[in-house]
Ligand binder design. Structure first.
Ligand code: HEC
Length: 105
């Protein structure tokens, strides 16, 4: 006996849709996006950006000042050993999320 190819294909499609739904609901319940972004910063700037000597803390700043500084790093206006290159990797929306997150740490 051979099973119908149509049934086999719809089985594959069902599994694909199922895993897509699973992945999305898993992602929604997982670590919030801003915490993932911030964890990059924390590797150098310490837990919650509170500083890890000799790294400066980046917590508790005004959001506008934080965004201005990150953009100045990215443009090269503010000279830096690392942050000039690092700051170029974020969109304006991501910088805003990070600024709001670190202002509350
Ligand atoms: C690889 C290490 C490293 C990572 C990762 C890193 N930084 Fe930095 N950061 C530095 C260093 C070093 C400085 C000092 C300026 C320089 O030389 O680049 C700095 C300076 C800063 C400053 C200025 C602090 C002050 O008081 O002058 C801010 C704001 C900042 N970083 C934000 C961030 C954010 C936000 C992230 C994550 C998106 C991040 N950094 C990721 C190393 C890092």
């Amino acid at each position: 006996m051979s099973s119908s190819p149509r049934i086999a294909i719809s089985g594959v499609v069902a599994v694909l849709i199922g895993s897509l739904v699973f992945t999305q609901s898993f992602a929604a319940d997982a670590v919030p996006r801003v915490e993932l972004l911030a964890s990059m910063c924390n590797t150098c700037h310490g837990t919650n950006g509170k500083g890890a000597k000799p790294m400066p803390g980046i917590n508790g700043e005004e959001t506008d000042d934080f965004i201005d500084l990150m953009q100045a790093f990215a443009s090269g206006e503010e000279s830096a050993s690392i942050m000039g290159r690092h700051a170029q990797g974020y969109t304006e929306a991501e910088l805003k999320l990070l600024a709001e997150y670190f202002s509350k740490q």
